[in-house]
Each structure stands twice: as structure tokens, then as C-alpha cells.
Write a protein that binds this ligand. Structure first.
Ligand code: AKG
Length: 297
């Protein structure tokens, strides 16, 4: 198993972040928001569970899902300058929507019972009219990133999220045949699990205040918690402000778009012209446009 890659953010973010994101499908930003903010978030989350932090006998279920939290500490966590800069680097300036809340918290408790939600999958990002399950398509409709926010200390023993490193490149060929309509996570789950089975494993461990920014197609899974400390995390989307484009005439691709093209190119006809196979550089690694492509490019 390999360790989760991390990106320093004491200087300007740059090509190292983009390269790591393209290769692995995620970057870990340590200290993305202050530990004190994480503590405040955790206190509010405990209230939602109805459990007593000091009394393990009260931790009745292996996982408690909390939907949306819009109190100040959650808005503060997602709006740190370092995260905004990273969103610009990976998604592109003006191409993502600011958020003022966080959602989708799988709070995992040490438990003998196995959770029923620990299969390999990618996230659904939109609910088509009349559909029962969330869907994903090749252009990652609505979702720019999957984000993992840590609110507790997460060691190997605390049920960290399992990540298949580089699996975001296996998913575009699975999605391509479904076109714009996409497919539900139920249909896609077994296919993306099979396509990424040989990828090395990483675990989303870290400290309160660390954030993993993941490509929306990163294949990941929960795991049973047989440790001692509850694991508090959020896994919300970063929403797109403009749809992803996979065929830009000016080549001004974001890192998220570029990775999708790279995933497609790995199964494409090797005789196809280079530009058509996604082998050009993303705009974010062009030294002339160091950080992010312009909005609506
Ligand atoms: O709880 C976790 O570690 C991951 C949960 C997850 O990926 C999900 O249920 O979508």
C-alpha cells in the first residue's frame, strides 16, 4: 500500500499539485482549515448524532449519516484561502461555485456490526427527472470535485476512506458509452470496481483540518470501523459553475478535464492525432498561465 501524497501549501500552488492530481486522482492539503474550526464542527456533529462522546455504549450504529450543516464553522472550513486557491488550480478560476455549508457526513463509530455502505464506487452527481438513483456522466455533470474534510484524528485504525490511486483514469472509458445521459451509481459501481481492481491502495488518514481534493471519478470505498475513536468526516461535492468541456478549441483545459481526456486516451486508437488523445498539457501546467485558466474559456 502506498501513502497518500500530500502537497505543501506554504508557497504558491503550482504544477506539483496538478501533476500529483493528474497521476493519483487526489491531493491531500494538510491544515487546509484550522484545527479549532474542526473542533467546533465536530461538537456540532456530535449533537446531530444524539450520542454521548464520552460513552461508547451510546454509539448504537456503525455509521450515522448527517446531511447538510450550514453553521459558521462549516462555512469557515470550506472557505479557507488555501482551499480557494486549490479550487482555482484544479478546476479553474470562475469555474466552480463557492459553498457556504458542508454536506454528506458519514460519521463512523467503532462497532462489531459491519456497515452496509462499504463498496467500491464513484459518487453520483445529479438526479435525472424520474430517476431513483444519482447518476454520473463523462462530463461529470454538476460535480467539479469530491472533497474529504477531516474533523477527527484519522489513523489507519479509524476506518479511513480507501482510495484506489490513479483509478480516476480507469473510469472515463466506463462512462463514455453512456453519453450525456450517464448512468446510475448502482449500474456503474461494479464496472468501476472491476476497471480499477489492480490499482494500488491509499487511505485517507490525517489530522482535523486536513482535506483531500479528489477527481470526481476517483474510485473509493468506506470500511468497517474496528478501532476505538469515532471518525468524523464530510465528503461533499464542489459544484461546477460551468459544465466541463472535453473538446476545447483553445486547449484551455482544467486539470479535472485534462485527466478525463487522459483516461480516454489510454484506451484510444494509438494512431489518432496527439491532440485528439489528450496528450497536450492542461492550462494549469503552462508556465505562462501558472494557476488557472480564465472563466468561460
Ligand atoms: O465513509 C467513508 O469513508 C466513505 C463513504 C463513501 O464514500 C460513500 O458512502 O459515498
Amino acid at each position: 500500500m502506498r501513502g497518500a501524497g500530500r502537497v505543501a501549501h506554504d508557497g504558491p500552488m503550482d504544477d506539483a499539485m496538478v501533476e500529483s492530481f493528474l497521476e493519483d486522482g487526489f491531493v491531500k492539503i494538510e491544515g487546509a482549515f484550522p484545527p479549532r474550526v474542526a473542533e467546533d464542527c465536530a461538537r456540532l456533529l456530535w449533537k446531530e448524532t444524539g450520542y454521548d462522546p464520552e460513552d461508547p455504549a451510546s454509539w448504537k450504529a456503525p455509521v450515522v449519516w448527517v446531511a447538510g450543516m450550514a453553521q459558521g464553522p462549516f462555512a469557515a472550513a470550506v472557505n479557507s484561502p488555501v482551499l480557494h486557491e486549490a479550487f482555482d488550480v484544479l478546476v479553474g478560476e470562475g469555474r466552480w461555485q463557492p459553498r457556504y455549508s458542508l454536506g454528506s457526513f458519514p460519521l463512523r463509530f467503532p462497532h462489531e456490526e459491519e456497515p452496509d455502505d462499504a463498496g467500491w464506487h464513484i459518487e453520483g452527481s445529479y438526479l435525472p427527472e424520474g430517476a431513483a438513483h444519482w447518476h454520473t456522466n463523462l462530463r461529470s455533470r454538476e460535480r467539479a470535485l469530491l472533497m474529504l474534510f477531516l474533523f477527527s484524528e484519522v489513523t489507519e485504525a479509524d476506518a479511513p476512506t480507501r482510495i484506489r490511486v490513479g483509478s480516476h483514469l480507469d473510469v472515463p472509458p466506463v462512462l463514455e458509452p453512456y453519453g450525456e445521459a450517464g448512468a446510475s451509481f448502482l449500474e456503474l459501481g461494479p464496472k468501476v470496481a472491476a476497471a480499477s481492481a489492480d490499482r494500488p491502495l491509499a487511505h485517507a488518514t490525517g489530522h482535523p483540518g486536513d482535506v483531500y481534493l479528489c477527481h470526481p471519478f476517483l474510485v473509493h470505498a468506506a470500511q468497517p470501523h474496528h478501532g476505538t475513536h469515532p471518525r468524523f468526516m464530510a465528503q461533499p461535492p464542489l459544484y461546477l459553475d460551468a459544465p466541463l468541456e472535453l473538446d476545447r478549441t483553445d486547449g484551455n483545459y482544467s486539470a479535472v478535464e485534462f485527466a478525463i481526456r487522459r483516461g480516454l486516451s489510454e484506451t484510444a486508437d494509438p494512431r489518432a492525432p496527439e491532440g485528439a488523445r489528450g496528450t497536450a498539457r492542461p492550462a494549469t501546467t503552462d508556465p505562462q498561465s501558472k494557476l488557472s485558466p480564465p472563466a468561460n474559456a
